[in-house]
Design a protein around this ligand. Structure first.
Ligand code: SAM
Ligand code: SF4
Length: 440
């Protein structure tokens, strides 16, 4: 051990978590030991999210803490990467002069050179250039789990929904070649991985721009035969691109889990139009119905934004009705947060926070009641569970997820972690199920 220790602190989505695994792989290759304790690290990288302003504010408060650490340890290197880095750029180093390094999500492969520059020249460094070529270099990625893996199949987004910062921070949409994805999953299978989750901001438009002419359904067909992989998931789907072909493919391919994340954002057609989502509430509900027909027992989760500019009581009622009609299995609920550079941030009629909170609470209560009912309906079933680890509830309790992505807690021996077991469901709560192992 040479004493170099690095901590990567991650906020935000699965894409960021995956990219932190890539960053950790690079750092281990450079001779760093990874740690979760920023106090003992010689390098701290904040991998940030700027989708909502709360996440962004968190970065500046974390940087405040790191300034204090750097005062006691001037050798400490502090870096900011991810979406806030891309969006704020060198302003971060102006506001927080103790930040040595700023780089965007497209420049992770350059990390060794950027660090060398900081160390050699003892000066602040930043790299926010667009790097439109898919990076095919192989990095020794350091994955958090030995049996579940994320695999990026697309980068960027061209949709420019009026509320969203992603197209500005993650650049243009690009699909990765199928052969590279297959190779990565074959390697994972060889290393004992059981579950892969394909990642992309609009994953159901995979392949749209590539010369290969293969879409997501084709990709699923290609990776399905890979031996050793038992479960395949993919996120996030856009309602506009979820084709009949894709639904049928999910319905017939055994390893593809019956879980679809399909963000609706709003139930009001006038809001959906102003969000530039490209579908109506009727389109969305028709898609949900078709999915439930073609993929038996599918669980559907969604994202909803409350308080988009100009949201009237009538718009809100439309969202409430859509939530009732769609009966989602789970939901990520957000209060609209104006993002710099996006169109909606300039719209008139921004909604006061108190009204957003009131509407948020109403949807939350409605969704929790629906979720409780849907989870209770699982009682008595035997569900396949991939055991993920000890549950927070106690030492003999384990936790895992069903094919429909429902968390399940049950009593079991830690040797089960990483394997598929069958659990008989005995209780359904709002957020999780409880049961007993009936077969291994
Ligand atoms: N690509 C996905 C899609 O089209 O649905 C969403 C990706 S975005 C990183 C994740 C979620 O954050 C969105 O579905 C949306 O609900 C939420 N979100 C994005 N921008 C937001 C904003 N300005 N305010 C509140 N929530 C926001
Ligand atoms: Fe953002 Fe819309 Fe792209 Fe999703 S589809 S990442 S919400 S711009």
């Amino acid at each position: 051990m040479n004493g170099k220790r690095a901590a990567v602190v991650t906020s935000g989505c699965q894409m960021n978590k995956y990219e932190s695994e890539r960053i950790a792989g690079i750092l281990v290759g450079l001779g760093y030991d990874m740690t979760d304790d920023v106090r003992t690290a010689s390098l701290v990288l904040l991998n940030t999210c700027s989708v909502r302003d709360k996440a962004e504010q968190k970065v500046y408060s974390q940087l405040g803490h790191l300034r204090w650490l750097k005062r006691n340890n001037p050798e400490l290197i502090v870096g900011v990467c991810g979406c806030v880095a891309q969006q704020e750029g060198e302003r971060i180093q102006e506001r927080a002069p103790h930040v040595d390094l700023v780089f965007g999500p497209q420049n992770i492969p350059k990390l060794p050179a950027l660090l060398a520059e900081v160390q050699t020249h003892q000066r602040q460094v930043s790299d926010l250039a667009d790097n439109p070529l898919w990076d095919e270099q192989l990095f020794p990625i350091r994955r958090e789990s030995p049996f579940q893996a994320w695999v990026t199949v697309m980068q960027g987004c061209d949709k420019f929904c009026t509320f969203c910062v992603v197209p500005y921070t993650r650049g243009r949409e690009q699909s990765r070649p199928t052969a590279a994805i297959q190779r990565e999953i074959e390697t994972l299978a060889g290393q004992g991985y059981r579950e892969v989750t394909l990642l992309g901001q609009i994953i159901d438009s995979y392949g749209k721009r590539s010369a290969e002419g293969k879409d997501l359904a084709d990709l699923l067909e290609l990776i399905h035969p890979i031996e050793g992989i038992s479960r395949i998931r993919f996120i996030t789907s856009h309602p506009r691109h979820f084709t009949e072909k894709l639904m049928r493919t999910v319905g017939v391919l055994e390893k593809v889990c019956e879980y679809i994340h399909l963000p609706v954002q709003s139930g009001s057609n006038s809001i959906l139009r102003r969000m530039h989502r490209g579908y109506t509430r009727e389109d969305y509900l028709a898609r949900v119905e078709r999915l439930r027909t073609l993929v038996p027992d599918v669980a559907i989760s969604t994202d909803v934004i409350i308080g988009f500019p100009g949201e009237t009581d009538e718009d809100f009622e439309q969202t409430r009705h859509l939530v009732e009609a769609a009966e989602f299995d789970s939901m990520y609920l957000f209060k609209y947060s104006p993002r710099p550079g996006t169109k909606a941030a300039t719209f008139p009629d921004q909604i006061p926070d108190a009204l957003k909170s009131e509407r948020f609470q109403a949807i939350l209560e409605l969704q929790e009641a629906i979720q409780l009912q849907r989870n209770r309906a699982r009682v008595g079933r035997c569900e396949e569970v991939l055991v993920e680890g000890p549950s927070k509830k106690g030492s003999v309790q384990l936790t895992g997820r069903t094919r429909q992505n429902r968390p399940v807690n049950f009593v079991g021996h830690p040797s089960l972690i990483g394997s598929l077991v069958t659990v008989k469901i005995e209780k359904g709560g709002v957020h999780s199920l409880e049961g007993q192992v009936c077969a291994e």
